[in-house]
Ligand binder design. Structure first.
Ligand code: C2E
Ligand code: MG
Ligand code: MG
Ligand code: MG
Length: 286
C-alpha cells in the first residue's frame, strides 16, 4: 500500500493494509502450487426437481485444502486467482476434473448418472484467447455429450466485454448449455437474455431468501418465472434452505432448485450413493 499520500489517511491503517497485502501475496503464491500438490478438489451440489426432489444435475464447486490454513473458501481464492491471472490454469483444471467425473459417472451408472454437470466459468476465462478451442478439444478427447455440460457465467462477466459475449455464443455453438448465475445481483440487464443464448437462469439466493414473505424479492422471484417460461429458459432457485421456501417456489412454478434444504455440496462418491438408492435418485422430498 502507498505510504506517502498524506491527505488525512489514518497512520495505523497503512501497516494493516500492508499486512493484508502480504497475506494475499502469500496465499497467491501457495495457490500456484495447489494443483501440483494435489490440494484442490471438487464438491458437487445436487440440483433437484421440484417438488419430489429427483436429482436433475450437479454443480461442481472447487475446494482448496491449504496445508496450514485448512479449507480456504472459493469466495477468497477465486477472486485472488482472477486478479493475478492464475484462474486460467485453475479453471482449466476444474473443467477437466468435472468432465472426467461426468464421463466416469456415465460409464459406471449409464442413464442413472447425473444428467447435467454445471461448471462455473470466470470472466477472465471467457476473455482468454483460445479458451473456446480448449473446451472443444476437451469435448473431443473426453467424448462427453456437450449437452450434459452447463457453463455457469455471471451477468457481470458477460456484460464486461464483447469478447465474453462472443465466447458464450461459441460455447453454445459447441453444444454446451449456458446458465446465467447469481441472476439479479449483477448489473442485471434483461437484454442479456436477448443477446446471449441463455438456457438456464439461476435466481440468486438473496432473492430466494425473501420468497416466503410479501417482499419485493418475492414479487421478483414470482415474476421471473413468467419471463423464463416465455423465453423457454429453465429457472433454478439457488440457496433454498427451508421446506417453506421450496413449497412457495413450487407453487410459483419453479421446477428446479438447489440449496442446503435438499443437499450440501458433497464429494463425488457421496453423489454416487444417491444414484444407487432404490428409490431412484431422490435427494430429498420438498
Ligand atoms: P455460486 O456459483 O453461486 O455457487 C453457489 C454457492 O452457494 C456455493 O458456495 C454453495 O455452497 C452455496 N450454497 C448452495 N446452497 C446454499 C444454501 O442453501 N445456503 C447457503 N448459505 N449457501 C448455499 P461456494 O462453494 O462457497 O462457492 C462460492 C462461489 O465461488 C460460487 O458461487 C462461485 O461464484 C465461486 N466458485 C466456486 N467454485 C468455483 C469454480 O470451480 N470456478 C469458479 N470460477 N468459481 C467458483
Ligand atoms: Mg454457480
Ligand atoms: Mg450461483
Ligand atoms: Mg449465488
Amino acid at each position: 500500500a502507498a505510504k506517502n499520500n498524506g491527505g488525512g489517511r489514518c497512520t495505523w491503517f497503512d501497516p494493516i493494509m500492508d499486512q493484508l497485502a502480504d497475506a494475499d501475496a502469500k496465499l497467491a503464491a501457495d495457490l500456484r502450487q495447489a494443483i501440483t500438490r494435489d490440494e484442490l478438489f471438487l464438491l458437487y451440489q445436487p440440483i433437484v426437481e421440484l417438488p419430489h426432489g429427483r436429482l436433475a444435475g450437479v454443480e461442481a464447486l472447487v475446494r482448496w485444502r491449504h496445508p496450514e490454513q485448512g479449507l480456504v473458501s472459493p469466495a477468497t481464492f477465486i477472486p485472488l486467482a482472477e486478479r493475478n491471472g492464475y484462474i486460467i490454469e485453475l479453471g482449466r483444471w476444474i473443467l477437466r476434473e468435472a468432465v472426467r467425473q461426468a464421463t466416469e459417472w456415465e460409464q459406471t451408472y449409464g442413464e442413472n448418472a447425473p444428467e447435467k454437470v454445471s461448471v462455473n466459468i470466470s470472466a477472465r476465462q471467457l476473455r482468454e484467447p483460445g479458451f473456446v478451442e480448449e473446451v472443444a478439444e476437451l469435448l473431443r478427447t473426453s467424448g462427453i455429450n456437450p449437452h450434459r455440460l452447463v457453463a455457469e457465467v455471471t451477468e457481470t462477466a458477460v456484460l464486461g466485454t464483447g469478447e465474453a459475449i462472443e465466447a458464450v455464443r461459441d460455447l453454445h455453438a459447441l453444444g454446451l448449455r449456458i446458465a446465467l448465475d447469481d441472476f439479479g445481483t449483477g448489473q442485471s440487464s434483461l437484454s442479456l437474455l436477448v443477446d446471449c443464448p441463455v438456457k438456464v437462469l439461476k435466481v440468486d439466493k438473496s432473492f430466494v431468501d425473501g420468497v416466503t414473505g410479501s417482499s419485493a424479492q418475492a414479487v421478483i422471484v414470482d415474476g421471473l418465472i413468467g419471463i423464463t417460461e416465455g423465453l423457454q429458459i429453465e429457472a433454478v432457485a439457488e440457496g433454498v434452505e427451508t421446506a417453506d421456501q421450496a413449497y412457495r417456489l413450487h407453487k410459483m412454478g419453479y421446477r428446479l432448485a438447489q440449496g442446503f434444504h435438499f443437499a450440501r455440496p458433497m464429494a463425488g462418491s457421496d453423489i454416487e450413493l444417491l444414484l444407487t438408492v432404490p428409490d431412484h435418485q431422490k435427494v430429498r422430498q420438498a
